[in-house]
Design a protein around this ligand. Structure first.
Ligand code: G3I
Ligand code: 9MR
Ligand code: ZN
Length: 838
């Protein structure tokens, strides 16, 4: 078992993480304020509890009269041949605990009740032999955790054979209720000693491009003022720089400094040193530092393929999920084999598939030269870049998900998530759930986009894509908004939505782009945004911005194009503000499930804004998102498995869990401050928002992987390949091949102009982006701290405008803009006040 180097007092289960993140953080010991076992009374089932069977043990788990009921039909050949357990119980060395539960059995028998190590030697931290009778007994005792802190111990009842007592037994049921585990005295607990290694200097563990901006982020600084970049081979310092930008980083609860070493450009291996701090991990500088990462980000999708035999030394398997699937609510059976497993589970869902495919195709378009035909998939060497082969594998499955009337079925999966097994072992019935308008519009957009890309390689396939797109468009015209909700008996990924407006926008634009027919734009009045699975408007914007064969004289086109550009620039401005205000450079201030995708998505928008405006700051911020993902973050982790020095080793990914080590090249979901699984609750409850991540395979809300978290990484790698705006020309030249003929198109870069409206009249909206958010508080503070740059006449493009100044004056109205205004906005956002003073 991995050394349990973790943090956290697991017992405080109440605080709001947003507020906690904004408050001073105390390391003093925290006495448990409650029961560590979240499901202790079984009023609504056995969630959180599970069974383990081996060596002939047989049992089933359920509830009876609000108690856990474990029916044992065979005790098997070992004392642990039948177990019922509750996972992830944190036990701190020297902590005094009280364990309590009610228990009885329908036959008299002996069992063992204990809390044990989950893995390793399975040592018991506390153990009790229990002679059960049909009379309920209450077990209630205190124990001290003598062993080293184990944050993920397991409460287990061994209900297998007990030779010494009664041996074989008839079928019987064991009842458990009112389970409670409390930490009653932590005065001798040293929480700090069980925290993981947290590097004081964080760098991009994969490396930096020769000409890219290179930033290291420091913490734990006392009075140091400078740092050195040291050549890892010669151990000689090649650069000395200053620690700059001291920042109180609330979301990570630490003080940070940054160090800029962009001028180091010689290819090689380096580390950063700063007196009194541990050296950073070693990293590379060079032009090809991301080549393998880019290939693996795509090859991972091959290993996620379903319905075909997979060739791989570690993760190879026979074809899985090949049975016909039942259309929900009917007896119809259809073939929907193929496609990629969505994530750590084996569902296949049209909505996230569309995002993944779009990212891959646009990634290819952004820099075709990066994509070879030899990344090691079966189609390698067939004359088509592997990234297009891989995307096609998904597109062919998507086609099977189109119903006869043109609509797209939302998803196919079993009714429940499978155990932690290889995909061939998930053999329950496959169910295709009903058509939705979100899936259909996403489907339509992807097919229209694909038609364009495969024209050069396979005209028949391109035509099939276009036919499928036409048919789904007809369905969309005939059918109103129909968003998806899981039927009550299906619990797998829902990918529900509030609206299909953004999906329809993307579909309309993509149909226009594929056909040149302006009728598709008639439904498009304004640009919408979003690049995740639930909001996809920016794919429509990207389609317009990167479109090559538009009729540039058409007013309809011009309006749609201008709207798309404005939408992208507006978002980029706000992302840039957030990124520049954060020492680690990330473009988000809230960390939700899949935050690494959101960060990568923002990087895509920033890079596009860089291309549109030619502004270096946008390129730098896009690169900063890559840096965050690859190690410049408060948890000191490179979030792509198998890359960098420290990366996810225990992803929530069933093949990795079944095989026993992490598949390479997968981007984990990342920090999630909402603590949405029991491992995150156990490990991260007292962590500030930006540190709620745990490399634990149970943590599906921070450490799962998905096809659509990898794909924006691929796209971002493409877009940031040329990061130096000065090296770019004032025009973008793109070579496209349509119907075999090559056309070179030159698009003038637009610079920002008055058309990008700033007419919002919203109190609090200091940056005039149409909403009141942290970016506004940040801009106010920047304008006060650095008026030359961010003041009303400031040199920075993002300086506050006069309209922004008027909007910003929300407290002590009339006194001009002060820190009080920024504080009022923050308080409003943190819900400590209901409305702004003005
Ligand atoms: O956006 C809201 C935010 O406004 C709010 O303040 C915050 C507070 O809870 O929540 C945010 O929503 C989160 C949402 O993702 C963001 O997109 C939800 O908490 C969170 O529960 C939701 O998680 C989704 C998760 O499924 C559970 O439904 C993930 O986005 C989604 O990627 C994930 O997808 C799963 C599939 O269902 C099954 N396959 C694996 C896949 C990845 O984990
Ligand atoms: O394994 C599932 C993961 O792929 C999903 O993203 C996640 C959220 O939908 O759910 C996981 O399954 C968990 C389920 O939601 C609750 N019980 C434990 C399951 C983990 O095996
Ligand atoms: Zn499969």
């Amino acid at each position: 078992m991995k050394n349990l180097t973790i943090k956290r007092c697991a017992a405080v289960f109440a605080a709001c993480t947003v507020i906690a993140a904004a408050m001073p953080y105390s390391r003093s010991s925290v006495i448990a304020a409650g029961n560590i076992i979240s499901n202790s009374t079984f009023e609504s089932g056995t969630s959180g509890w599970g069974t383990y069977k081996e060596s002939g043990g047989k049992c089933s788990l359920g509830t009876e009269d609000g108690q856990l009921a474990l029916t044992v039909s065979s005790v098997g050949k070992l004392n642990y041949a039948v177990q019922v357990f509750y996972d992830i119980v944190p036990l701190y060395q020297n902590g005094v605990y009280r364990l309590k539960y009610d228990i009885y059995s329908s036959v008299d028998r002996f069992i063992e009740g204990m809390i044990q190590q989950n893995g390793g030697t399975y040592q018991a931290y506390t153990w009790k032999g229990l002679q059960l009778t049909t009379e309920p007994q209450t077990v209630d005792y205190e124990f001290t955790m003598e062993a080293e802190t184990d944050i993920m111990a397991k409460l287990v009842f061994n209900c297998g054979i007990q030779e010494k007592y009664e041996g074989e037994l008839p079928e019987h049921t064991i009842f458990i209720d009112n389970v409670s585990l409390e930490l009653i005295d932590d005065s001798n607990v040293d929480y700090a000693s069980s925290r993981p290694y947290a590097p004081s200097i964080n760098i991009n563990q994969v490396g930096y491009r020769t000409n890219g901006k290179k930033i290291a982020v420091f913490r734990d600084v006392t009075d140091q003022t400078e740092f050195k970049v040291v050549n890892a081979d010669t151990k000689k310092a090649v650069f000395t720089g200053q620690l700059e930008n001291k920042t109180d980083n609330k979301s990570a609860n630490e003080t940070n400094w940054t160090g800029d070493f962009s001028s180091v450009k010689d290819a090689g291996k380096y580390y950063i040193s700063c007196e009194g701090l541990d050296d950073s991990y070693t990293f590379e500088i060079g032009d090809k530092v991301y080549s393998n990462l880019l290939d693996d980000s795509v090859r991972m999708l091959y290993l996620q393929r379903c319905g075909v035999k997979i060739e791989d030394n570690d993760f190879g398997h026979e074809a899985c999920h090949t049975d016909m699937a039942t259309v929900y609510g009917t007896n119809d059976k259809i073939d929907v084999s193929g496609g990629w497993h969505d994530a750590g589970d084996y569902g296949r869902y049209v909505v996230p598939a569309a995002k993944a495919v779009a990212d891959l195709l646009y990634a290819y378009e952004a820099d075709p030269d990066l994509y070879s035909d030899d990344i090691g998939i079966p189609e390698s060497g067939n004359g088509t870049p592997d990234i297009l082969d891989e995307a096609r594998f998904e597109l062919e499955w998507m086609m099977k998900m189109q119903a006869a009337d043109g609509g797209a079925y939302h998803k196919v999966s079993c009714a429940n998530f499978p155990a932690y097994v290889m995909p061939t072992k998930e053999t329950a019935e496959l169910i295709v759930t009903p058509v939705s308008s979100t899936a259909t519009a996403d489907f339509c957009a992807s097919m229209a986009l694909a038609a364009e890309f495969y024209e050069k390689y396979d005209k028949d396939f391109a035509k099939k894509c276009m036919d499928a797109a036409d048919k789904s468009w007809a369905w969309l015209e005939a059918n109103p908004n129909f968003v998806f909700k899981n039927p009550a008996d299906i619990v797998t990924g829902e990918y529900g939505d509030k609206t299909d407006k953004d999906e329809r926008y993307w579909a309309a634009v993509q149909m226009y782009r594929a056909t040149g027919d302006e009728k598709y734009l008639s439904s498009v009045s304004r640009a919408v945004t979003g690049l995740d699975w639930s909001t996809v408007g920016d794919y429509g914007n990207i389609a317009l911005i990167t479109m090559k064969n538009a009729d540039k004289s058409s007013e309809t086109y011009k309006t749609a194009y201008d709207n798309a550009v404005s939408a992208v620039i507006k978002q980029a401005k706000s992302l840039l503000g957030t990124s520049e205000a954060s020492p680690y450079g990330q473009d988000i201030s809230m960390f939700n499930w899949g935050s690494n995708m959101t960060i990568a998505n923002g990087g895509i928008i920033l890079a596009l804004a860089g291309e549109i405006t030619g502004e270096q700051s946008y390129y730098d911020a896009a690169q900063a998102q890559l840096n965050y993902l690859l190690g410049v973050n408060p948890v000191g982790t490179c979030f792509v498995s198998g890359y960098g020095t420290v990366s996810p080793e225990n992803p929530h990914h069933r093949p990795s869990m079944a095989v026993g080590h992490a598949m390479k090249g997968m981007l984990a979901g990342g920090v999630n401050q909402n603590l949405e699984d029991s491992a995150a609750k156990a490990y991260c409850q007292d962590q500030p928002a930006a540190k709620c991540y745990v490399d634990n395979s149970e943590s599906y809300s921070t450490n799962e992987i998905t096809i659509y978290w990898n794909s924006p990484l691929t796209y971002l790698l493409s877009l940031t390949e040329n990061t130096d705006a000065n090296e770019q020309q004032s025009t973008t030249t793109t070579t496209t091949t349509t119907s075999g003929a090559t056309t070179t198109t030159t698009t003038a870069k637009i610079t920002e102009n008055d058309e990008i409206s700033e007419d919002a009249s919203l109190y609090g909206d200091a940056n005039c982006d149409g909403s009141v958010d942290m970016g506004d508080a940040v801009l106010i503070m920047q304008s006060l701290a650095n008026p030359n740059k961010y003041g009303v006449n400031g040199s920075d493009e993002l300086h506050i405008t006069s309209k922004g100044l008027a909007n910003a004056d929300v407290s002590d109205i009339g006194d001009g803009v002060t820190t009080g205004d920024a504080q009022a906005i923050q308080a409003f956002l943190l819900h400590t006040i209901d409305k702004l003073p003005r």
